[in-house]
Design a protein around this ligand. Structure first.
Ligand code: MN
Length: 150
């Protein structure tokens, strides 16, 4: 088990989406998750892999200047320790220790530019829950993304 970090940023671009970033090998491996993570193991969320990001990207909360579509607002929706359990081609298994997300999660490639993010059935799982609706705020500042719109 490799101790690491993760961040989930809520980003209002062309569409509102969540950017899941996990520190692996010195870079932030990143996926865009349109509907965001779920704590319900029955829910499979599309996660589109995007390019690795610099570490500093995971610290950003604010408004991207020059955003052409959407408002460019980013909030840090969750963050914390991540323990990497398995890192295989097409599959990443992690245990997250965030303020909102906890326990095991699996990321599995299911097609070209198409992965799924699923909560592991463990003691942290909350069947039927909707964490993105229940906890919309930034874990750093308590602000909602709409609070940052200029
Ligand atoms: Mn994004």
């Amino acid at each position: 088990m490799t101790p690491s970090r993760f961040v989930v940023q809520l980003h209002d671009a062309t569409r509102l989406h969540y950017d899941l970033r996990i520190l692996v090998g010195g870079a932030l491996r990143s996926w865009a998750v349109p509907k965001g993570p779920s704590m319900d193991p029955a829910v499979r969320r599309l996660a589109v892999p995007v390019e690795d990001h610099e570490l500093s990207a995971g610290d950003f909360e604010g408004v991207h200047e020059g955003s052409r579509r959407g408002t460019g607002v980013v909030i840090i929706w969750d963050e914390g320790r991540a323990d990497i359990r398995r890192d295989d081609p097409g599959h990443l298994s992690v245990v997250l220790h965030g303020q909102k997300l906890g326990g095991g999660f699996g990321l599995t490639r299911t097609g070209v530019q198409r992965w799924v993010l699923v909560k592991v059935r463990d003691e942290f799982a909350v069947p039927g829950s909707d964490i993105t609706a229940d906890r919309p705020e930034s874990v750093r500042t308590g602000r909602r993304w709409q609070d940052l719109v200029r």
